[in-house]
Design a protein around this ligand. Structure first.
Ligand code: NI
Length: 180
């Protein structure tokens, strides 16, 4: 196993539509998934998509979590050839970052609830429903499989901040707006 280097914004692989995997039980795919797990742990991320490690394949890892605080203790789900669909029309704004976009955080609208279908590493069908943070992570990661970065989902680029300034951004930019 190995920690893989993460492609950063500007790398063309992040803008490409990734290819379906088909059979996830081959040696190459098993190795890739093992390396993605290790890379996600090392980076302390909430999710990771194969294009972020320069493999243009429809594989994503997502931690099925409700709260950011405990998120990194929850092992990720591995979804191969996933489909993610909204459940209902309700959307909410929430803060996102991306391992491929160092230091930036931005407010992104996402569906509050989604349904997902995929196969797992053993090739078995998996499906489930997600809401809140987990639904957000799934939508963020599946976007990576379609060449979409969270910045491209932001309706208003004023709601973008560097991490070092996050507290001030939330208190002085986001909070006053949400009271309007
Ligand atoms: Ni990302």
């Amino acid at each position: 196993m190995a920690v893989l280097d993460i492609a950063k914004i500007g790398h063309p692989v992040l803008l490409r539509r990734a290819e379906p995997v088909g059979d996830p039980t081959t040696g190459d795919i098993r190795r890739l998934v093992a390396d993605m797990r290790e890379t996600l742990e090392e980076a302390r991320g909430l999710g990771l998509a194969a294009p972020q490690v320069r493999e243009s394949l429809r594989i994503l890892l997502a931690r099925p979590v409700g709260k950011r605080e405990t998120a990194r203790q929850v092992p990720p789900l591995v979804l191969v050839d996933p489909v993610v669909e909204p459940l209902g029309e309700e959307m909410e704004m929430g803060l996102e970052g991306c391992l491929s976009i160092p230091s930036l955080r931005g407010l992104v609208p996402r569906y509050r609830r989604v349904r997902y279908r995929a196969v797992d590493e053993q090739g078995e069908a998996v499906e489930g429903e997600a809401e809140g943070l987990f639904a957000r992570i799934l939508q963020h990661e599946i976007d990576h499989l379609d060449g979409i970065l969270f910045l491209m989902r932001m309706p208003d680029l004023r709601y973008l901040s560097v991490e070092e300034q996050l507290e001030r951004f939330l208190a002085e930019v986001v909070a006053p707006e949400s009271r309007k």
